[in-house]
Design a protein around this ligand. Structure first.
Ligand code: ADP
Ligand code: MG
Length: 345
């Protein structure tokens, strides 16, 4: 493991922002820190950057005691949500900043700096814009400059704090793919903070999910999406439908529907969670949860199917323009969750 975070705690006054957080990132891994606002993501990133001192715990990078290193020696590149470019400097000057402020002994020559800036402009695909000022760039272009500036010092680790948070949805999606390619080509270990689960699941090699200053799950995107460790994670990673059930032996029973209990399910009373689009419909006399269809509406590429199941109103989702056979307002059907997850109550 390149990065090892062990038992980090940090309180602001009496408020614990991080509680005994331990996690690891592999060399050149793209790790997402995902969690709702206030879960401690920025605090953890600031600890890594050396902008915040933890109350306890340890950070090792390539085996070295990272917290003992002064900020400059950590060689981390940082990008924040809010553009932190220098307004009075051109794009080229912004990118070169981290190099030009080095003490004379360590500073590359003018020609070398120019070469590096050109190389970085290529990397972030902003060729020809080096003489512009930040005010003459779009939001997405500014964040690309910020990334080039962070990479100029050849960081060992890239720390990104919601770098696309202020951009509109489409630009965000474009930059997402681009960032992943950039990470792969630059060959750095990246820690990427976001509260957007789709962004984290799409981009990262692994996702660390934080809640109230605690790590609740760490795993590959598919693993955490398909096997959320807690109801919180299930809910946070996507839409959730929820009903009470009972596990007895290897059978899960919800109302009058019985099915195989998921692997490792607790026994007894449970909460059953499923995604509103991971379902199959069956006729009213078939297998599944008895449902009354209340309304059906096309929503962009999906169909929204409002149902009442066991007295609970649920918005189910069908993909594609055609309704599942036998589903229409006023009809009774059966809804079979394809991948129910259960949690002890
Ligand atoms: P996130 O980035 O996940 O939104 P933060 O790490 O910024 O969360 O904050 C975690 C918690 O710590 C929040 O409740 C926040 O209000 C609190 N906090 C963060 N920075 C400070 C500070 N400088 N002083 C006091 N409380 C802070
Ligand atoms: Mg934050």
């Amino acid at each position: 493991m390149a990065l090892e975070i062990r038992g980090i705690s940090k309180a602001y006054g009496r408020f614990p922002a991080l509680k005994n957080v331990s996690l690891q990132a592999r060399d050149k891994e793209f790790l997402a820190l995902l969690g709702p606002s206030g879960s401690g993501k920025t605090t953890l990133l600031r600890v890594l950057a050396g902008l915040e001192e933890p109350d306890s715990g340890e950070v090792r990078f390539d085996g070295e005691d990272f917290l003992a290193l002064p900020v400059r020696k950590r060689k981390v590149g940082m990008v924040f949500q809010h553009y932190a470019l220098f307004r009075h400097m051109t794009v080229a000057q912004n990118i070169a900043f981290g190099l030009t402020v080095r003490p004379a002994r360590e500073r590359p020559g003018k020609a070398e700096i120019k070469r590096r800036v050109t190389e970085l402009l290529d990397l972030v695909q902003l060729q020809g814009l080096e003489k512009r000022f930040p005010s003459q760039l779009s939001g997405g272009q500014r964040q690309r400059v910020a990334l080039a500036r962070a990479l100029a010092i050849e960081p060992r680790m890239l720390l990104l704090d919601e770098p696309f948070g202020a951009l509109d949805a489409q630009v965000r999606r474009e930059l997402r793919r681009w960032l992943r390619e950039l990470h792969d080509r630059a060959g750095v270990t990246t820690v990427f903070v976001t509260h957007d689960q789709e962004e984290a699941l799409d981009l990262a090699d692994r996702v660390a999910i934080l809640k109230d200053g605690e790590l609740v799950q760490l795993g590959a995107p598919n693993a955490v999406y398909e096997h959320p460790a807690t109801p919180f994670v299930f809910d946070f990673l996507g839409q959730a439908c929820q009903l009470p059930g009972i596990v007895q032996g290897r059978t899960l029973t919800v109302a009058d529907w019985g099915t195989a209990a998921p692997e490792g399910a607790p026994q007894g009373a449970v909460q059953v969670f499923f995604r509103p689009d991971e379902i199959a419909f069956a006729p009213a006399d078939g297998a599944g949860l008895a449902a009354e269809v209340l309304a059906v509406a096309q929503r962009g590429p999906d169909v929204r199917i409002d149902c009442r199941i066991e007295g609970v109103l649920m918005e189910l989702i069908g993909h594609g323009p055609t309704l599942p056979a036998g589903v229409a307002p006023g009809l009774s059907v059966r809804v079979k969750p394809l991948r129910p997850q259960v949690y002890a109550t």
